[in-house]
Design a protein around this ligand. Structure first.
Ligand code: GLA
Length: 663
């Protein structure tokens, strides 16, 4: 068990000094001190410079930078430098390059051009890791090892022949014999029956739809292949410097779907996470809150480290939206409110050249004399002021279930509606709860649910027997479960649970769906309680549940759309359509009330309230000031709001308060 590597709530960032001359390094350290930086991540993309030829290492410049950082009191999260192979390696060994599903090679010239299953890549990378570990494992500035970088960001899946062989090996381990694979994959369909594992391929481009379980297993295999690679680097580090904790930065988010981080988390000494707001999403900051709560779920409720975020715009979206004044503070505190004990950024100084030169940084192209750098300095003081929050747990009595395997399976092709996307439902319900002042954990379906009052199950298309049994036991013991359409449809092999949908939850819900009736884009339906909905309808009966609302129109007028079944000491609710925002909020409100879920009193729409330990976070992204009832010390204002204004704190527009409440 390692302690969290950085004290308080530290501010940090990626530092790429190799892009600058040594005189800039000295200025960097001075500015880092001015900003109150606690840590930097060093060396992420340094392989080509640190090992300019196979087996020849040049650590001189690293030594100097580490020395300067240490003198400056800045801790180091040391990368193993293996994220992007140098040109000499890909030139000598083009067989390490990844190949896509269409058989196209992904050439060097950007980054991460390596196949996760390549033994040649691994051999070269592990040699570098060992050198790095021997050189820096006991350096006083180094507090954390950072394996590679965002494993799988660009090479999460590879379809080359080496990967194909590794996939077959993985399948042989999973199934034991090929007949078990045939059963799981349903290969009687379309003449796909295999007589040997040697005949099995990764799901490359095909004339028609690929076998869905083959696709699902390939997603599982691909996540495991990179996890195995992570372990290989981690084991080298452990062997040489066992006292330094090891992490790799996760990419938990709605648009990153290729790693099952619930499987990865047990291998981390501290869970670290990168998050970037995505302006392509309808509500990017609500997605951030969801992702933060999911990261906390992945970390098993323990504090986690925000390794990277952006001080303003990124460079990789169609339009890269800059943060408005105040948003840097609010976005950073949102992570802290939901469990982060450090706030990191990419990167220290905005690059003058290269593909990310238009990405924001702590020091922008304009330099120190800029509003951005002044905001960074102010953020540094704010994070120091809330340092005592570190280690406090976020306690929620509501959970939203989330599962990457369910996502991979749900979002496959040849389904009832390509409009249905897994994370849409999960985000929508989380957002509705947050709007009501209800904090939710986002956890794996097989988690221990006993501490919750309400569990929301959004579109859990694939579900294990254990998860279904867990939900049933939770309800019978007095909990409330709210299950939405297209849940419990298949088992972990993506085989339909027969006898009427939603097979895994049919008895618990008392509902039987005979046929799906998805809606065309733009088509809406009305329920007899006035709710509006879209995307989904179905032909259902409710043999053992109370019908709370029926479809008035659409393909199945008169059929149940919202039901409730009392089960044991609790209740199981089901909604068979996608309610609009208002109806989702109204149903979330109703179910949360019945479940007696804890909620904070939201003073105005858009204001976010989260309690972490004895600290109340009030984030006010609106353009008006708000008053929130609380008694205690606002760590950001260094004042006693309770005493000053009759038990309330006033938070200015686009600002925040973090109140240590009276116990
Ligand atoms: C990721 C990577 C960084 C950088 C940023 C840009 O987080 O880890 O190297 O590319 O994205 O947003």
């Amino acid at each position: 068990m390692f302690e969290f590597p950085f004290p308080g709530v530290a501010m940090g960032c990626d530092y790429n000094p190799e892009q600058w001359s040594p005189d800039v390094w000295r200025e960097d350290i001075a500015l880092m001190r001015e900003a109150g930086l606690g840590f930097v991540t060093l060396g992420v993309f340094s392989w080509a410079l640190v090992e300019p030829e196979p087996g020849r290492f040049d650590f001189g410049w690293f030594d100097e930078v580490l020395g300067l950082l240490h003198e400056g009191g800045i801790a180091v999260d040391m990368a193993t430098a293996t994220a992007a192979p140098p040109p000499w390696l890909t030139t000598a060994h083009p067989e390490i390059l990844p190949v896509d599903a269409d058989g196209r090679t992904l050439w060097p010239g950007s980054r991460q051009s390596w196949c996760p299953s390549s033994p040649v890549f691994r051999e070269h990378a592990l040699r570098l890791v060992a050198e790095m570990a021997r050189r820096y494992g006991s350096h006083p500035a180094v507090r954390l090892w950072h394996v590679s970088n965002e494993l799988g960001c660009h090479n999460g899946r590879c379809w080359c022949d080496v990967s194909a062989a590794a996939f077959r090996e993985w399948l042989a381990k999973r199934y034991g014999d090929v007949d078990a694979l045939n059963t799981a994959w349903g290969t009687t369909f379309w003449s796909q029956h295999y007589t040997s594992f040697d005949q099995v391929l990764p799901p490359r481009i095909t004339p028609a739809f690929k076998n869905p379980t083959q696709q699902l297993d390939f997603a599982r295999f691909s996540s495991d292949a990179l996890l195995d690679y992570h372990r290989a680097e981690r084991d080298v580090l452990r062997g040489i410097c066992p006292d330094v904790p090891v992490t790799t930065n996760f990419m938990v988010s709605s648009h990153q779907t290729e790693q099952d981080y619930f499987r990865w988390a047990p291998d981390q000494d501290v869970v670290s996470q990168d998050h970037y707001l995505d302006a392509r999403l309808p509500r990017p900051r609500a997605e951030q809150a969801f992702t933060d709560d999911l990261t906390r779920g992945v970390a098993g409720g323990k504090p986690w480290l925000l390794m990277e975020s952006a001080t303003s715009a990124v460079n990789w979206q169609p339009v890269n939206v800059a943060k408005r004044p105040g948003e840097l503070l609010l976005d950073s505190l949102r992570h802290v409110a939901r469990g982060a004990d450090a706030v990191g950024f990419f990167q220290w100084r905005a690059s003058a050249a290269g593909a990310e030169k238009f990405h924001s940084a702590l020091v922008p192209h304009a330099g120190r004399d800029s509003e951005r750098f002044r905001e960074v300095v102010a953020l540094g003081s704010a994070l120091r002021a809330v340092g005592e929050v570190a280690g406090s747990p976020v306690r929620a009595d509501v959970a939203v279930l989330f599962d990457w395997e369910a996502m991979w399976a749900c979002d496959l092709d040849s389904h009832p509606s390509a409009e249905l996307r897994y994370t849409d439902a999960a985000n929508r319900w989380h957002r509705a709860l947050a709007g009501l002042g209800v904090t939710a954990d986002v956890v794996h379906p097989e988690s221990d649910l006993s501490g919750y009052r309400l569990v929301v199950v959004p579109t859990l298309y694939l579900c294990s027997d254990a998860a279904a049994a867990g939900l049933r036991a939770f309800v019978e013991a007095g909990g409330h479960a709210l299950v939405t359409y297209f849940s419990g449809i298949v088992d972990p092999d993506d085989r339909i649970r027969l006898g009427g949908y939603p097979g895994a939850f049919r008895d618990l819900l008392g509902v039987r769906v005979e046929e799906f009736a998805p809606l065309l884009p733009g088509e809406t339906v009305t329920l007899d309680d006035g709710s509006r909905a879209d995307l989904w309808a179905e032909h259902a009966t409710a043999p053992d549940a109370e019908v709370l609302a029926r479809f008035v129109d659409g393909p199945r007028p008169g059929d149940p759309a919202l039901t409730r079944r009392a089960a044991g000491a609790g209740a199981a609710w089901y909604v068979g359509t996608r309610l609009d925002e208002a109806a989702t909020a109204a149903l979330a409100d109703r179910v949360a009330r019945e479940a007696c879920a804890t909620r904070l009193d939201v003073p105005a729409p858009g204001v976010e309230l989260v309690r972490r330990g004895r600290y109340l976070f009030v984030l006010n992204p609106t353009d008006e000031p708000v008053a929130v009832r609380t008694e205690g010390v606002d760590l950001l204002a260094d004042a006693r709001p309770g005493a000053a204004s009759g038990g309330s704190v006033t938070v200015a527009a686009r600002s925040a308060a973090v109140v240590r409440e009276e116990e």
